[in-house]
Ligand binder design. Structure first.
Ligand code: DGL
Length: 283
């Protein structure tokens, strides 16, 4: 409902048909949101996409709610200056802590990964038992639990997995250390006999095979990157804001620190070469 209102407000601001050519802004605490950028690029190759990775402040997962709201608002202001038509909070922790604040303060639509991920999990579970894994911030916010409880009577079990983010950033995504840690983190969820597991963090899609083994072969793994991409597409289509250009859209990448490292590590998350990254100081 809030999103609809947001969109109506945004629509009244539309002055010409060229509004649909505006870029989509995607942000994250660092590299992780590139999994969302990659899914968006695949699904909407004609859209112009702008990505902001807040590499000066990563990780968000262990920061306070106030800090994450402040960082997210600064990024939204930067994306607005770049004339975006939609903002996607690709970061689960930012979606958990800052989405409502952003939706209140910005007059274009802002969507996050929690609600679409929750909806996909509810669609997937047969026995109404869902596990959520994420950063300490995402799990302690209970955002996924609340989003699922709004639409289903499913039992929901959360598990913070703080070691996964550094493991993925070190490139240890499919080795013995990752498997061992995953077994330990997922043991309580296995005991609850869940049939669906939400990968509630941007980095976890890179651990998919390890997580599938640790959770059990039959467990549905839910990737919020895919879910939020579908939601973004529906919102844009319903509001005639999908880019109707036949040309391939542009890709722009910005970070708050260390653009060279972003280029190197980011390629893994984006599943493609990142040619140019610009450093922006948001204060
Ligand atoms: N992007 C964050 C998330 O999805 C993970 C990394 C971090 O802690 O900043 O929650």
């Amino acid at each position: 409902m809030k999103e609809l209102k947001n969109f109506m407000r945004a629509k009244t601001k539309l002055k010409s048909k060229s509004q649909n050519k505006k870029p989509i802004g995607i942000f994250d605490s660092g590299f992780g949101g590139l999994t969302v950028m990659s899914a968006m690029r695949k699904k909407f190759p004609n859209e112009n996409l702008i990505y902001f990775g807040d590499t000066a402040h990563v990780p968000y997962g262990s920061k306070s709610k106030d800090a994450v709201i402040k960082f997210s608002k600064n990024i939204a202001a930067f994306l607005l200056k770049n004339n975006v038509k939609l903002i996607v909070a690709a970061c689960n922790t930012a979606s958990a802590f800052a989405l409502t604040a952003l939706q209140k303060s910005v007059d274009i639509p802002v969507i996050g990964v929690i609600e679409p991920g929750a909806q996909s999990a509810v669609n997937a579970t047969k026995i109404k038992k869902i596990g959520i894994i994420g950063t300490e911030g995402t799990i302690s916010s209970k955002s996924y639990v609340k989003a699922i409880k709004k639409i289903s009577k499913a039992s929901v079990y959360g598990q913070a997995c703080p070691l996964f983010v550094p493991l993925v950033e070190e490139g240890w995504t499919n080795d013995a250390a990752a498997s061992y840690i995953a077994q330990i983190y997922l043991a309580p969820l296995r005991e609850k006999k869940i049939d669906t597991l939400v990968l509630g963090c941007t980095h976890y899609p890179l651990l998919k095979s390890v997580l599938q083994r640790a959770a059990g072969n039959k467990i549905n793994l839910i990737d919020s990157a895919d879910a939020v991409t579908v939601k973004a597409g529906n919102l844009l289509a319903n509001n005639l804001l999908l880019n109707d250009s036949k040309k391939r859209g542009s890709l722009s990448f910005y970070v708050s620190d260390n653009p060279e490292k972003f280029k190197k590590i980011g390629a893994k998350f984006f599943k493609g070469r990142i040619k140019k990254v610009k450093k922006i100081d948001l204060g």
